[in-house]
Ligand binder design. Structure first.
Ligand SMILES: [Zn+2]
Length: 721
């Protein structure tokens, strides 16, 4: 594990090496120091070490991974550590340990071993790159020790939504062809650089013939898929028989269940719709069963709360069941930086009892010192400034004035070294909703330039000292998810004379999770965010490095009583902000969650367990299957929320009764269908008869409302007639 983690650190730290293109032909590859594991002088500074808390965390969990019957296996371990503390390394390390251990026990037991779940696609894709370096390291070690670790490759899969990665090979082939022909498309293959040697992958705009690097066609049975194979011939993963072990196409993932599966929590709603995903839990078509995933990692646990949390908790009934073999449950690890009433939340989600939740590191005698982490009162952290501009005509005016002043002063302030401006050059501007952002964005863009101009005159600012806005970007759900990596890359570019970084970045809560850009130091928050946890998460995006302590300006909206109250209690609120984090509630079997998705669990489990019922709801499932599935659900309700038992029982019986009488021919489809199915995708608008008779079934765990087309009426019916 130690070796794999070191290799991961070293190889992940290699910066992207672009292909050098002259006159439309590739003439070489940008040079880089390839770190040598045996020579620490080739390592970047800071690499090659663990933090004490990471080691402690891994050591603490060894027993539960080593011995499936150890009492610690039932325990849910929550890493509760400030953002930027290195949580990811801690659980990547444990993943590597688990992967190797499973192979050492039985080298042919090569199914999915670890599942990592995130809440946001943006973050998921970012983490995929990092985990991919680890998996390459593991697979290289396996290759060198095939006798002990087997011949089956150690691989990684990215299982997210259709908007990011392809569901079918056919779609992947089509897009790949377009890329080859030079019709630039959004890149659904996600990986932009080789996780091992850093060589650039993907679409090359200026290259004439060979436009796509790192992705190759490969025959699978009678069809073709797209695989990853590094184009740098010196790379260990550049051979046809030893390519990069990465999968992003859903079909490929089902056919080659990856050792480490990274996905969004949402995607697991698809289990009901895609019984072929059984392979991820060790089921094989031959009837044989490999051992199921042993380790489940849930990142950003505080986001799994409220309605989303209740849905996740409900589906967990199915997921935990599928990960259980011979009465051995998977180990669950969760992580967060801000949470309140964690034990109750975890118990409702995973049903392991509040006594079986271990928060690490434990809070001891002093609140500011847990041995592994302590509050550093001497160093500069983040400074919060509250602005309540009641004398200005509007909230927008306040935003324009504050932003202009900040932008200009960063340029005007005298510095010893120009680089000192870097942390405060980019003004990260946080909005609470897209609506507010949209409203302010246009105003800000036009008015700031104008206001800057008046500042120059008023203050006599001339020549080089004038600040202009050359580059502004937006990080919200409005932009294409495939453009996000590019924007993040743009944001991480540092200050250089003549080549300035991004000036303004407008963002919504999309940035509050996992955006880790060290150079950012300046932020304005427009209006008090809805929850304290969101406020902490969002403002933690700045001041992440010692070079640039964070500076946060919260601009309150004077017309909102809540904002006024926050301004009035500014000092008190900020001085004990962590104690203000709101407790969350998760109620998986409450009426709203039950009505929405209980039948999805029922159908999903029946499809997974019964071969006869896998592809068609007709004939009605065998009674043994039904009894088994009912038992699983009832056990879970009893465990989590026994007061809902009767109502859950009633609902299940009702659904089964309806299924038996109706006996539809198909489960449901995403396209047009002439048959009345058993279910239809929630959020779509099928014909009335389907809507009336079939069950609306989630394809995601969030609240999705159906969209409708608006038609402009040209003929008005004369009401009088
Ligand atoms: Zn490579």
């Amino acid at each position: 594990m130690n070796r794999a983690m070191l290799l991961q650190q070293l190889h992940y730290s290699i910066e992207t090496r672009n292909w050098i293109i002259e006159n439309g032909n590739i003439t070489g590859l940008k040079d880089a120091t390839i770190p040598d594991i045996n020579d620490s002088t080739t390592w970047k500074t800071g690499l090659g070490s663990w933090r004490p808390f990471q080691l402690a965390f891994i050591l603490m969990n060894l027993n539960s991974m080593l011995d499936a019957n150890h009492p610690d296996r039932e325990m849910v371990d929550l890493i509760w550590f400030p953002t930027g503390g290195g949580k990811t390394e801690a659980y990547l390390g444990l993943s590597a340990f688990t992967i190797f251990l499973k192979r050492l026990k039985d080298k042919n037991d090569a199914g999915t071993t670890v599942i990592m779940r995130y809440t946001l696609r943006l973050l998921t894709a970012q983490q995929f790159q990092r985990a991919a370096s680890l998996i390459c390291a593991c697979d290289k070690i396996r290759k060198e020790n095939e006798e002990e670790l087997g011949t089956a490759r150690i691989s990684i899969g990215l299982w997210v939504g259709e908007s990011l990665t392809p569901t079918y090979r056919e779609d992947a082939r089509k897009i790949f062809k377009k890329m080859e022909l030079g019709r630039e498309e959004d890149n659904p293959f996600v990986v932009q650089k080789c996780p091992w040697c850093g060589s650039q992958m993907g679409y090359l705009k200026d290259e004439k013939r060979n436009k796509v690097k790192g992705y190759k066609r490969k025959k699978v049975g009678t069809t073709e898929t797209i695989i990853y194979q590094c184009d740098n011939s010196e790379c260990n993963f550049s051979k046809t028989d030893f390519n990069l072990p990465l999968f992003v196409i859903d079909e490929d993932i089902y056919d080659n269940p990856p050792t480490l599966l990274i996905g969004t929590v949402d995607k697991f709603a698809m289990l009901t719709w895609r019984p072929e995903a059984r392979t991820l839990f060790g089921f094989r078509d031959t009837g044989e069963r490999l051992s199921p995933p042993e380790l489940i990692i849930q990142d950003e646990l505080h986001l799994i709360s409220g309605p989303l949390g209740s849905m996740v908790g409900l589906y967990e009934t199915m997921i935990e069941e599928l990960c259980t073999a011979n009465n051995v449950k998977p180990k669950i690890i969760a992580s967060t930086a801000t949470i309140s009433r964690a034990k109750e939340q975890i118990d409702s989600l995973y049903g392991r009892g509040t006594q079986d939740v271990n928060i690490f590191p434990a809070q001891c005698l002093s609140a500011g010192d847990s041995f592994f982490a302590y509050e550093d009162n001497a160093s500069t952290g983040r400074l919060y400034v509250g602005i309540f501009a009641s004398a200005l005509p509007s909230h927008a005016t306040a935003q324009v004035r504050v932003l202009s002043a900040l932008l200009q002063s960063v340029k005007s302030i005298p510095v010893a070294d120009e680089m000192e401006r870097d942390p405060y050059w980019t003004a990260l501007t946080y909005f609470n909703s897209i609506r507010e952002l949209g409203h302010a964005a246009t105003l800000i863009r036009a008015d700031i330039s104008e206001y800057l101009y008046s500042m120059w005159i008023r203050k006599g600012i001339k020549g080089d000292e004038k600040r202009f806005i050359n580059k502004d970007i937006e990080l919200t759900s409005r932009i294409n998810s495939m453009d996000i990596p590019e924007y993040l890359e743009e944001l991480s570019k540092s200050y250089q004379k003549e080549k300035y970084p991004v000036d303004v970045c407008l963002a919504t809560n999309m940035i509050s999770v996992g955006v880790d850009i060290q150079r950012l130091g300046l932020m304005t928050v427009i209006g008090q965010p809805k929850t304290t946890s969101e406020y902490i998460q969002a403002t933690s995006r700045v001041g992440r490095s010692k070079k640039g302590p964070g500076l946060v300006f919260t601009i309150y909206n004077c017309s909102k009583p809540r904002d006024r109250s926050h301004f009035e209690h500014f000092q008190e609120y900020h001085s004990k902000i962590y104690s203000k984090v709101e407790p969350t509630s998760v109620t998986p079997f409450s009426a709203p969650a039950r009505e929405r998705a209980l039948h999805a669990i029922l159908i999903g489990l029946i499809r997974f367990y019964s071969e006869q019922s896998r592809n068609s709801p007709k004939p009605f499932p065998a009674s043994e299957t039904i009894e088994r599935v009912k038992q699983i659900i009832f056990d879970r309700v009893n465990l989590i929320d026994d007061v809902e038992y009767e109502k859950t029982l009633e609902l299940i019986e009702g659904k089964l009764e309806y299924w038996k009488n109706e006996l539809p021919l198909i489960y449901g489809s995403f396209g047009q269908t002439t048959n009345i199915p058993l279910m239809y995708p929630a959020g779509t608008n099928p014909p009335e008869d389907i809507k009336e008779r079939a069950w609306s079934t989630p394809t995601s765990m969030r609240n999705v409302d159906s969209t409708c087309d608006a038609i402009v009426i040209t003929d008005y019916i004369n009401i009088d007639n």
